[in-house]
Design a protein around this ligand. Structure first.
Ligand code: ADP
Ligand code: MG
Length: 428
């Protein structure tokens, strides 16, 4: 199926072609006709599946064919982060080239007056984050009474970030008679109840799991001591001659520190996180996209929704505490069918987190080895031996080296059941 089959306006088709899109992605195929028919949708789909065009193209089409003019915005797209808002706005601009559709992006952390001025000039589409939108509504600078199309992008993330009350407040200012498009990668009971209150007989759109990042991305992990992580990362980047790497750390402080250390190792790096000004975040992202900076070190929230074309490498310097975040992180690579690699550096105290991730994804992540960095494994074996020899001393000759091998292995299994399971798993 091509975009031509989707009954879109010829100008929109031209714009889509100009982006180099040949065929609609599965979510686009499913969502676009439903939105054009005026239905609400509740769509579940992973990152990198082309959701932005799935809601933007039909809305632009409806706007372009609807009654022109009017001062107040007709479409409102809510996103969880500033970066995501900026990216969606950029896409809206590209897809609406040559159409009489005016759009702007609204988020906090930058001056409010230019935004007020922009709204005063008249608008069709507003893309924004909840906090600043509410400020503008309360200042009576923004009137949402003419909204016909409401989109919640990454609704699950908005709830995670505590935007539920802001969202509900904003929706009080939007007409009840409207079309609502709701996107979420996961369905908690909270998401369900929000969707129930916002949507009117929605059509459910689920994109098959075969298209998830988890399956298109080449994943692996290294077992490495905490103190050796930076050396291993530097080694992987240099020996693999990697040029664009998104690295995740757990904390803002950790992100800053690692960026400085990598710079010292001769690898250009910048950190991006919530404590940085909007200007600094935009500059960091731009430098990374233009290949001026080799490594972008990010925390989960800052990286959410980042779309960097064909990002080849994602490294989890530290595993996320919440397994779902792993899926979001690796969704930054291998986007829209491109190849990508996601590697994790796993220290002893992160093994449990790794297991949780594997459980969530219902698949094993393969263990990798880097030359010269396998001492952590040796250390493990060594520890196992040490433990059994201590036991041996305590309990007599039960674990002695001259016992049958099977018995020695069972001692190891007791000490490191996870390790043993993995070894068995690898054989099958
Ligand atoms: P999501 O919101 O699902 O994470 P995006 O809308 O950000 O995904 O799209 C991910 C990437 O795929 C973007 O770089 C976008 O330009 C590209 N893309 C979207 N639709 C198509 C398509 N039909 N063909 C090729 N690339 C596409
Ligand atoms: Mg998106």
């Amino acid at each position: 199926m091509s975009f031509e089959n989707l009954s879109l306006n010829p100008q929109i088709l031209t714009n889509v072609k100009f982006q180099g899109y040949v065929e609609p992605t599965p979510i686009q195929k499913k969502a676009i006709p439903v939105v054009l028919r005026g239905r609400d949708i509740l769509a579940g789909s992973q990152t990198g599946t082309g959701k932005t065009a799935a809601f933007t193209l039909p809305i632009l089409n409806l706007l372009a064919e609807g009654k022109p003019g009017g001062h107040h915005p007709k479409a409102l797209i809510l996103t969880p982060t500033r970066e995501l808002a900026a990216q969606v706005a950029e896409s809206v601009e590209k897809y609406s080239e040559g159409l009489a559709v005016r759009s702007t992006v609204i988020f906090g952390g930058v001056g409010i007056n230019p935004q007020i001025q922009r709204i005063k000039k008249g608008l069709d589409v507003i893309i924004g984050t909840p906090g600043r939108l509410l400020d503008l509504i309360y200042q009576k600078a923004l009137d949402l009474s003419k909204i016909q199309y409401l989109v919640l992008d990454e609704a699950d993330r908005m709830l995670d970030m505590g935007f539920i009350h802001d969202i509900r407040k904003i929706i009080n200012f939007v007409p009840k008679k409207r079309q609502t498009l709701f996107f979420s990668a996961t369905y908690s009971s909270e998401i369900k109840s929000l969707a129930d209150t916002l949507l009117n007989k929605p059509e459910m759109i689920e994109v098959a799991r075969q298209n998830t990042a988890a399956e298109t991305v080449d994943q692996g992990f290294y077992r490495v001591g905490k103190g050796r992580k930076r050396a291993l990362l530097t080694y992987l980047i240099k020996s693999g001659d990697w040029h664009q790497i998104l690295v995740f750390t757990k904390t803002k402080h950790g992100a800053n520190r690692l960026a400085v250390q990598l710079d010292k190792d001769g690898i250009t790096a910048t950190a991006i996180h919530g404590n940085k000004s909007q200007g600094a975040r935009t500059r960091a992202l731009a430098g990374f996209k233009e290949n001026k900076v080799r490594v972008l070190v990010a925390t989960d929230i800052a990286a959410r929704g980042l779309d960097i074309d064909r990002l080849p490498h994602v490294v989890n310097y530290e595993l996320p505490l919440v397994a779902e975040d792993y899926v979001h992180r690796i969704g930054r690579t291998g986007r829209a069918g491109c190849e990508g690699e996601a590697l994790s550096l796993v220290a002893e105290d992160e093994v449990k987190l790794l297991q949780n991730i594997e459980k969530l994804m219902k698949r094993k992540i393969p263990l990798k080895h880097a030359k010269g960095f396998s001492e952590s494994e040796k250390a493990l074996e060594h520890n196992a031996k040490a433990k059994s020899s201590i036991k041996k001393k305590q309990e007599g000759s039960q674990y002695s080296g001259d016992q049958p091998k099977a018995k020695r292995n069972s001692a190891k299994k007791k000490a490191y059941p996870w390790w043993k399971k993995r070894k068995q798993g690898k054989k099958t």
